[in-house]
Design a protein around this ligand. Structure first.
Ligand SMILES: Cc1cc2nc3c(=O)[nH]c(=O)nc-3n(C[C@H](O)[C@H](O)[C@H](O)COP(=O)(O)OP(=O)(O)OC[C@H]3O[C@@H](n4cnc5c(N)ncnc54)[C@H](O)[C@@H]3O)c2cc1C
Length: 389
């Protein structure tokens, strides 16, 4: 849908604000820069359309791609956990094309993980049951970022030419625009931080916060699509991070000679998946590290519980799955709560897509407008660029 403000006669490119420096925000800035660069190549010879893009991110780093590490003072080696997204898929041809440059530099790598199905020990099941399920890559490739899951986000931010990324900046809700729209002399939007400081006037505002936060940012602003923000349901996820010392024996499930594995899909447990971090390509120098994701439905039911109680329950479940004893008990244990981890989507065709208010030039986007994964971030970024450019 071409936008009326960008007729070929217009020579100034819009000022664009992106709320959120997660992958949706970074992909959107990247694709916007590319789209404007193509316009410059094709249409306007005498004056370039240089977009002025600003990403406002409330935290210190990029979104739900999260890496935590800890150093062992004896060995100077690290434990490392990708406690948000572990990997991503690239099913569409356009996303495959997009990731190619980073695959060529090996920043992104396919993970040909051996995946097992694991049923933990229980009263009626004295030993954990494990059997090989598949190897990733045989039908659908999964990719990781190296040396950390956050590395790709940093590389994307570093590659931006016409975009400023302002970390530690929380955008205040846009409430009040409904009243003031009638008096506005232009359709620029002034944004403020949480302390009331003006952050400038923008032609377009793109909000990429998770929908639980987007609904608050856009509340009482007159955003025409407000009711749709809460349509996709989000579920929480608890991540448990475990590590072992070099001189420690590993739990029975990790040292089994009959089944070498990298990822486990766990059955009949509050645990959903187990990922062995030091088995990932280029992660071999790590000390034994493992990230465990709890089931989303269980996490959602317990989303407000005390984190130490959650940690204890997950440790008990992990022990049943991995079968450690006093010697092979993990020396490192950490737990993280993700309030908005997974989007519950019934099917591909139920996807919401980005939400656009043409009059105000506001777009609400994010992985949750699609299927709630990294590939959706790209799809929503592409939809946004098609509206603006
Ligand atoms: C536990 C877990 C496991 C996952 N596993 C996978 C997986 O295996 N594969 C996969 O493809 N995907 C996975 N995902 C999903 C993937 O991480 C997300 O799809 C993706 O990171 C979402 O990116 P985003 O930019 O849409 O949102 P986010 O990363 O949430 O970015 C939104 C940003 O907006 C910022 N923000 C919010 N409000 C404001 C404000 N007022 N002002 C400024 N900034 C603000 C937030 O701080 C945040 O950084 C997983 C997610 C979790 C939590």
């Amino acid at each position: 849908m071409p936008n009326s403000t960008l007729q070929p006669t217009q020579i100034s490119a819009p000022k664009i604000a992106i709320i959120g420096g997660g992958l949706t925000g970074l992909f959107t800035a990247t694709l916007l820069e590319r789209a404007f660069s193509q316009i410059n190549d094709q249409k306007i010879k005498d004056r370039a359309l240089v977009p002025e893009i600003t990403i406002f991110e409330k935290s210190r780093s990029v979104g739900r791609l999260a890496t935590r590490y800890r150093s062992d003072s004896h060995t100077n080696k690290n434990w490392q956990w990708a406690f948000g997204a572990q990997f991503f898929t690239a099913k569409s041809a356009s996303f495959q094309q997009f990731i190619k440059p980073w695959l060529q530099t090996d920043l992104l790598r396919p993970w040909h993980a051996q995946v097992v199905s694991l049923t933990p020990m229980a009263e009626n099941n004295p030993t954990a049951d494990m059997h090989l399920k598949e190897q990733w890559g045989s039908t659908q490739a999964r990719y990781i970022s190296t040396p950390k899951m956050t590395s790709w986000g940093r590389a994307l931010a570093d590659n931006l030419q016409h975009t400023t990324v302002n970390f530690n900046t929380r955008i205040a809700p846009l409430a009040g625009y409904k009243q003031t729209l009638a008096n506005k002399t232009s359709n620029k939007t002034e944004l403020f931080d949480e302390n009331g400081n003006s952050l400038g006037h923008f032609d377009w505002v793109i909000c990429t916060a998770p929908n639980g936060q987007a609904v608050e940012i856009m509340a009482d602003s007159g955003f025409t699509e407000q009711a749709k923000i809460t349509e996709p349901k989000m579920q929480a996820c608890y991540s448990l991070m475990l590590g072992w010392n070099t001189d420690q024996p590993l739990p029975e499930a990790l040292s089994r000679l009959d089944t070498a594995w990298d990822v486990a899909y766990v059955q009949e447990s509050i645990i959903d998946r187990i990922f062995i971090e030091h088995h990932k390509p280029e992660y071999h120098a790590l000390l034994p590290s493992m990230t465990i994701h709890a089931r989303n439905d269980w996490s959602e039911q317990h989303v407000d519980d005390d984190i130490d109680t959650i940690k204890a329950k997950l440790l008990e479940a992990a022990q049943r799955a991995l079968n450690w004893n006093a010697e092979s008990t993990p020396s490192q244990v950490d737990c993280h709560r993700w309030r908005y981890a997974a989007t519950v989507t019934a099917s591909h065709k139920d996807q919401l897509g980005i939400l656009v208010d043409d009059e105000r030039q506001w777009i609400v986007s994010g992985d949750w407008c699609g299927q709630g994964n990294i590939e959706s971030c790209y799809q929503m970024a592409a939809q946004t660029v098609a509206v603006i450019v």
